[in-house]
Design a protein around this ligand. Sequence first.
Ligand SMILES: Cc1cc2nc3c(=O)[nH]c(=O)nc-3n(C[C@H](O)[C@H](O)[C@H](O)COP(=O)(O)O)c2cc1C
Length: 202
Amino acid sequence: MKKVKCIIGALAVLVLMLGAAECFAQQNVKAPDALTVIHSRKSVRNFTGQAVSREALDTVLRAGMAAPTAVGRQPWAFVVVTDRKTLDTLRDGLPYAKMLGKAGAAIIVCAMPEKAHDKKIEFALIDSTCAGENILLAAEAIGLGAVWTAAYPYKDRMDVVRKTLRIPDDVIPLNVIPVGHPTGIDKPKNKYNPENIRWEKW
Ligand SMILES: Cc1cc2nc3c(=O)[nH]c(=O)nc-3n(C[C@H](O)[C@H](O)[C@H](O)COP(=O)(O)O)c2cc1C
């Protein structure tokens, strides 16, 4: 009986130690809180040229797919590009995405009206835009930089993206998001303006 009590006592101490260790580990995680991430996010156009790990890209893509969608339809697909030649082809074809030259990767958020609520283009675009913002925020949260560069609604830019990445005609390439390690030059802007708020009524 004494032996059993001893074992139970030792197990209890072990459980307590494991709990404390986990608590400690959690306190040491340096993940910034949501509001800090939101207010630190900025368009990053200056990258070091360093590669972006598959793990980091996976984290960012998971955040994208956590976005809200009309009736939960998830009418999107994400093309991830890490190949230097393809990144350079996109850079050369897109007038306002020259930062692709130093980005480690790019994520192209694609809207799929066929999968959207009521098959509406508008829902596909709205839902995919939510995913795009999540991607930008997640990149910031893990110390990377990103910037939304427009494909939609410009036909010529969508054509470049479609052709380069073999995206079918019924899928809309919404944007090209270069992702990379920031040089630190780009800073967040304070855009808070109380004049944009109407309390209770317009
Ligand atoms: C729909 C949309 C299209 C954009 N297109 C481009 C673009 O083609 N190239 C670019 O460098 N930035 C582009 N941006 C980024 C904006 O210029 C940027 O978000 C804005 O200047 C505010 O700066 P911030 O993101 O640092 O807060 C785009 C942003 C949005 C939402």
